[in-house]
Design a protein around this ligand. Structure first.
Ligand SMILES: [Zn+2]
Length: 383
């Protein structure tokens, strides 16, 4: 059993899952190393999670005999997994598990940040806690000086170092025998070759596994030359520069230097989106604000980015047949006349709808007041 990394593709696959009426068990396990650093602490938390799942199953009304049976089996399987050696959550700060045996689903995902321990039984995977984690994007850091290139990649919460890119470059100091000018030219050629090779390796790694944004670190004059040599795809992803020593800094030091830059980029991205939302709404153009208009745009699959304030919840209705979501208490689905089910909260469904139409999901963390002005939810529209 492989524990997967969280990606936006995986998230889309979960949000797209059709279960033909079967229920899905969604489990979130907090593995915050400061609280659950030891094996017994983790085991206790895992047991509490399974107990909560069992309680949810007992308390769930309106489940058919088949639904109950398959959920019982899924809870057993989750319990076995959490007791097994396969549950090696090394480096993970949280774990998500989705199970629905009638749909052939058993997915475990390592999370880079702690989550609240939570069990949910619903007719689709409960993806809300994952949406923001995945949407914060994937990052790479490229550190480069005259002879060494280092690359790290991952999420804002966890960067992993890749093998170094080292080239033989001679020192700049005078060495007898060669004329100084000729010697300098040869060194500059070596540096040039090193930057060229670093750019090639970085692009090869990007093609194998793309990332959204790139940070550069190293001496200023080298970074300017480096940036020029990067493939255009990488150049347009450069989001900032770090002040770290290229050769001696540890992965943890690079991550510490990257954190405020990433926060800043996140905050600016959020502010841009909120400004575009305000413009779109004011001009009657490509912006939807408030629950009713935002959900209408999601149902019409016109959303390019969904903005939602952290922790928002709102009641509404969901069509059992097609997944249509409504904020009002309608009787029948306007899309197919199917029966609508009253739900205490439809925000999670709104996020799922956004993910399945490849929209960005932005949970407003830096500028909450700007989204609360719009009723806590809004969307940038594609058309
Ligand atoms: Zn419907």
């Amino acid at each position: 059993m492989q524990t997967n990394e969280l990606t936006s593709d995986l998230l889309r696959r979960l949000a797209d899952l059709h279960t033909d009426g079967a229920c899905v068990l969604s489990l979130f396990l907090n593995l915050d190393p400061s609280q659950f650093g030891t094996v017994p602490a983790r085991a206790t938390e895992a047991k509490a999670l399974i107990d909560e799942a069992e309680r949810r199953l007992r308390e769930a009304d309106r489940l058919s005999h088949d639904q109950q049976q398959s959920l019982r089996g899924d809870i057993e399987r989750a319990r076995d997994y959490l007791r097994s050696p396969a549950f090696s959550a090394e480096g993970a700060h949280g774990l998500a598990l989705f199970a629905c045996s009638p749909a052939g689903l058993f997915e475990t995902i390592k999370l880079p940040r702690p989550v609240d321990t939570l069990a949910v039984i619903d007719d689709s995977p409960w993806v809300e806690p994952l949406a923001e984690l995945a949407m914060r994007g994937s990052w790479a850091v490229l550190l480069v000086n005259r002879q060494t290139g280092r690359m790290l990649r991952g999420s804002p919460d966890r960067l992993v170092e890749l093998p170094p890119i080292e080239d033989e470059v001679h020192g700049q100091h005078d060495q007898g025998g060669w004329s100084q000018a000729r010697y300098q030219r040869s060194v500059e050629k070596e540096v040039h070759d090193h930057l060229k090779r670093t750019a090639e390796v970085a692009f090869r790694r990007f093609r194998r596994s793309p990332f959204d944004r790139l940070l550069l670190g190293g001496p200023e004059e080298i970074l300017a030359a480096m940036e020029e040599r990067l493939h255009q795809y990488l150049r347009e992803r450069v989001a900032g520069r770090l002040k770290v020593d290229v050769e001696t800094s540890t992965t943890a030091e690079v991550a510490r230097a990257a954190a405020p830059v990433i926060e800043q980029v996140d905050s600016e991205r959020e502010r841009d989106a909120l400004e575009r939302l305000a413009e779109g709404v004011n001009s009657g153009g490509r912006g939807a604000a408030g629950l009713a208009d935002t959900i209408a745009a999601l149902n019409e699959r016109r959303v390019g980015a969904l903005l939602v304030s952290e922790g928002l919840s709102a009641p509404g209705v969901v069509c059992r047949q097609c997944g249509w979501v409504g904020a009002d208490a309608l009787e029948r689905c306007p899309a197919d006349g199917g029966e609508l089910e009253q739900r205490p909260d439809v925000i999670e469904r709104a996020i799922e709808l956004a993910i399945t139409q490849s929209a960005e999901v932005l949970v407003a963390r830096h500028h909450p007041e700007a989204i609360e002005r719009h009723g806590g939810i809004g969307a940038l529209l594609r058309f």
